[in-house]
Design a protein around this ligand. Structure first.
Ligand code: JAE
Length: 250
C-alpha cells in the first residue's frame, strides 16, 4: 500500500518512522511518503492560506498549492502511482465535518492500493479543492469523533496506524488482530498477567483453571458486560446472528 501525506507540519508525522509502521516501511510493505505542502507554493513567502470570502475569523487554505500537491500523488511523480489496478486513489481529508472513522472504515481502507491524506489547518481547505479532487480521487472527509483538533495531522497518525496494522505483514501475529475491541462488535475483555496476586488483588480464578471452554465463556461474558456498561450504543447495533444462546442468557 502507498500512503501519501501532505501537511504544513511534516515533522508531526515523524511518528510514522517508529514501531510497527516504521518497520513495515523499512520492509517495503507500506510505502509512506510525507511531503510539506509548502513545497508546492510558488511565492517567496510560500503562502498556503488567505482570508475567508464572506468574512469570519481565521484563515482558509489556498486551493492552488493543494491541487499541485495532490496531483503529484496521481501522476506517479516522484514514483509510479501504486494504483496500477485502475483503482482511483482514496483521498482522506481529516475534518470534524467528515464521516466518522471506525474499525470498519479501517478494514475497508486497508484493502486500498493507495491512500492520500490531506492535513488541513486553520479554518480548513478551500472547498473547491475537494470538488476538483473528486475528478481524480475517491474523496472521503473523515472525522475521528465529535471533537475538534487544531489540524488534521494527529487524526492522520491515528488513521494510518489503525489502517496500516491491518495490512498483511505489518503485525507479526495476525491472530492478535482477531480478539480486539470492535473486531466483533464488542469491546475487548480484560487481560491479566503475572503475578497472579498483585497488591492483594487476585486474577479471576477461571483463568487459572486450564478449562478453555470456561475461559472463553468468561471472556465473552466480560465483553458483553463491558460493552453494555460502557458502550450501550454498540449493543443496540449488534447483529443478533452473532450472539449465541449463552450470550443471550448473559
Ligand atoms: N483541519 C482540521 C482541523 C481540525 C480537526 N479536528 C479534527 S480533524 C481536523 C482537521
Amino acid at each position: 500500500m502507498r500512503i501519501d501525506v501532505f501537511s504544513i507540519f511534516p515533522e508531526y508525522l515523524a511518528a510514522l518512522d517508529l514501531s510497527l509502521i516504521g518497520k513495515a516501511r523499512q520492509d517495503g510493505i507500506l510505502d509512506v511518503r510525507v511531503q510539506d505542502l509548502r513545497t508546492f507554493t510558488t511565492d517567496r513567502h510560500r503562502t498556503v492560506d488567505d482570508t475567508p470570502y464572506g468574512g469570519g475569523a481565521g484563515m482558509v487554505m489556498k486551493p492552488e498549492p493543494w491541487a499541485e500537491a495532490l496531483s503529484t500523488a496521481l501522476s506517479g511523480e516522484p514514483a509510479e502511482n501504486a494504483s496500477g489496478r485502475g483503482e482511483r486513489p482514496t483521498l482522506i481529508v481529516p475534518s470534524p465535518a467528515g464521516e466518522v472513522f471506525t474499525q470498519a472504515t479501517a478494514y475497508e481502507l486497508a484493502e486500498k492500493q493507495q491512500l492520500v491524506f490531506a492535513c488541513g489547518r486553520y479554518e480548513g481547505i478551500d472547498e473547491r479543492v475537494l470538488e476538483w479532487a473528486g475528478e481524480h480521487f475517491d474523496v472521503r472527509p473523515m472525522s475521528l469523533g465529535d471533537y475538534v483538533l487544531n489540524g488534521g495531522e494527529v487524526a492522520v497518525l491515528a488513521m494510518v496506524e489503525a489502517i496500516g496494522r491491518l495490512v498483511p505483514g505489518v503485525v507479526g501475529n495476525p491472530e492478535s488482530l482477531v480478539e480486539e475491541s470492535h473486531s466483533d462488535g464488542l469491546l475487548e475483555y480484560p487481560v491479566y498477567t503475572k503475578p497472579s496476586q498483585w497488591r492483594d488483588r487476585p486474577i479471576p480464578d477461571v483463568l487459572l483453571s486450564g478449562n478453555h471452554a470456561k475461559i472463553a465463556r468468561f471472556r465473552r461474558d466480560e465483553q458483553l458486560r463491558r460493552t453494555a456498561e460502557r458502550r450501550p450504543d454498540l449493543i443496540a447495533k449488534l447483529d443478533p446472528a452473532l450472539l449465541d444462546k449463552a450470550d443471550r442468557a448473559a
